[in-house]
Design a protein around this ligand. Sequence first.
Ligand SMILES: Cc1ncc(COP(=O)(O)O)c(C=O)c1O
Length: 394
Amino acid sequence: MPNLPAPVTPPDRILMGPGPSDIAPRVLAAMAAPTVGHLDPYFLQVMNETQQMLRQVFRTENQLTMSVSGTGSAGMEACVVNLVEPGDRVVVCINGVFGGRMADVAARCGAEVTTIERPFGEVFTPEEVADVCKRVSPKVLGIVHAETSTGALQPLEDISRIVHDAGALLLVDCVTSLGGCPIEIDKWEIDAAYSGTQKCLSCPPGLAPVTFSERAVAAIDERTTKVASWYLDITMVRNYWSDSSRAYHHTAPINMNYGLHEALRIVLEEGLDARHARHRRNHLALRAGLEAMGVEYAVAEEQRLPMLNAVRIPEGVDDKAVRSQLLSDYGIEIGGGLGPLAGKTWRIGLMGEASTPRNVLLFLAALDACLKAQGHETSPGAGVAAANANYQIV
Ligand SMILES: Cc1ncc(COP(=O)(O)O)c(C=O)c1O
């Protein structure tokens, strides 16, 4: 008998960090279904249905809507590498880690990248975007809708108008917003958007939903150079997703697609508006609880993400000790700060399946105990009581 490692037996966790979030049991069950071939008529039906459901969740009629194999970063790369040719002028708005990543990706595609920056936790004004568009006259402007690294929500409607008036394409990162708060691809005239499966869709990491407007497709069709990535070349991948061609490009991750199919069914069964309202209700209850415990948000009230609560670590409290205790004693995972916010903030996710009153109340009770262990005085039970009271009024 060879000396084998034990089978995988993951610990019981409640995923309340910046992602992945808790996975719906129905999604896991769907992923355990038998694998079929990537050109099997059954799988082609799953692909068609997934595209239709993605259009509903993105709120778009865009024909070119599908999932890219890979995590959210693959979605980012797919959008950038297909829209951008060497020498193109691209503006990227950076107010967190993921804007920075987008600028890096664009530079690797040979773009002439101009960045505008806001401190982590703040968002861009339409005037700032107008100013850079006037100065640079870009082909593409990229911006993050929900900055998971900071907890800030970027309003997009005015920015979209400005970007189009400047003749540019608007590229939006919706990795964390899709399925958790409104994102309107058609109404806001977003030209290209990408997301990830592991946040508010509550499916494991592994696929990146993307959508491209007709304007974006025209820009891709007008390219004079080959797309710099073979794997993410939408001009080839789209032939696999199109009913009329179905040309093999790469072997689709079949069971991940089963998972996304079920995750989208769950989102649409709940209804987008109801789902957004649930995320907001649990966010407000958590907020009431945290405030009652004297824990402050790191983002201005009107710009807070409902699915990712970034809060300041109270003075004198050990960041890592609290996160370790939450994990070891209560099975709760939350995130630490990223970049300049490392050691200064916690990121408490209430995404998809994890956005529940049970998790809000359990987390507040657990945090109470962890803060006490740190010698930080809070009035015992105040957080849970305030959250409970909030659930009565909202
Ligand atoms: C806003 C945002 N963009 C992009 C990404 C990258 O996604 P992934 O880590 O799935 O590659 C993340 C992941 O946390 C994200 O939150």
